[in-house]
Design a protein. Structure first.
Length: 311
């Protein structure tokens, strides 16, 4: 990596290795404060699929991740970005073979992989949302990932609460919906989410947010699905989530057929998690927001580039 005047066209590269998707953003720094994205690359690796606390990443998920990062490495070598950072999240935080994965991946990628804490992930998600979404006042942000879910509360000035919970749509798919989508599976997810959120609920319920925003693939999938179910409101509500749950339990194949194929595998588990969060926090409605982890990292890279240029 090199420093210098960040307005000279040197590219920034933000690489995020999520438990469901791997992302690569290439952008040019901008004096406006919002980096200009010139290329987006994404692959649904589902790294947490088959994740076991003792054995770590499954062989299939391991190889899918390596294959994707070899592709990303080719892109980075061609683009020659000025600044690059690679962050990994929940799956590599807990995988017993995470070190082996990084040892194989880093030479292919050409850059070191930094495994960040859940709190650091939550903070970057919130910063990414704020950078890409115009919202006034206090907001609760929900990001349902493959192996972790981040809940963050804050305003434009600061974060007041942040926590990463060890629950996710890929993990919960294999745990509760491996055979079929059932009412019993939804009930089991509700119990698991309630148990994991219980220590944080007293603190979370002291805040009075004006907005609830979602930034995950589950939320995007729900907004895509809603009109096809006759839902015309610009928000997600517990009524809609209950409708989706009922349709999934009645005929999951018919519902999933309405979604893009990449969104289908973890969708039911994501809905179950979101519905549980709605009930625990008495959420009335949720709007879709832009930006998340990858955008938060991109904006941090731009800030670092400008600071380096001033020294």
């Amino acid at each position: 990596m090199t420093s210098g005047n960040p307005s000279n066209g040197g590219l920034l590269a933000a690489v995020t290795l999520g438990s469901n998707s791997f992302n690569l953003l290439l952008a040019r720094p901008s004096a406006s404060g919002v980096p200009e994205v010139v290329a987006k690359h994404k692959r649904k690796v589902r790294l947490a699929e088959g994740l076991d606390a003792e054995t770590g990443l499954s062989d299939a998920a391991f190889e899918r991740g390596i294959d994707c990062l070899a592709w990303f490495g080719d892109i980075l070598r061609q683009a020659q970005p000025q600044r690059v950072q690679v962050l990994a999240t929940a799956a590599l935080r807990v995988a017993a073979n995470g070190d082996q994965f990084r040892a194989r991946a880093e030479p292919l990628l050409g850059y070191p992989i930094e495994v960040i804490s859940g709190d650091a992930e939550a903070e970057l998600i919130y910063q990414g949302m704020r950078a890409c979404t115009s919202v006034a006042g206090e907001a609760l942000v929900i990001d349902i990932g493959g192996a972790s879910t981040e809940l963050v509360i804050g305003d434009a000035e600061q974060i007041h609460f942040k926590h990463s919970f060890e629950l996710g749509c890929v993990l919960y798919t294999q745990r509760y919906f491996a055979e079929a989508v059932t009412e019993a599976g939804f009930e089991a997810v509700a119990e698991a989410v309630a148990r994991l959120l219980a220590p944080q609920l007293p603190q979370m319920t002291t805040f009075r947010w004006q907005h609830c925003l979602g930034v995950s693939g589950t939320v995007r999938a729900l907004f895509e699905l809603a009109p096809q179910l006759g839902w015309s409101q610009p928000v997600l509500t517990s009524e809609l989530l209950a409708l989706v749950k009922a349709r999934l339990c009645e005929d999951s194949e018919a519902v999933l057929a309405l979604l893009d194929s990449e969104r289908r595998p973890p969708f039911a588990a994501g809905v179950a998690i979101l519905l549980s969060i709605f009930e625990l926090l008495n959420i009335t409605e949720l709007r879709q927001a832009g930006g998340a982890l990858r955008e938060g990292l991109l904006h941090r890279l731009q800030s670092d580039a400008y600071q380096a240029a001033d020294t």
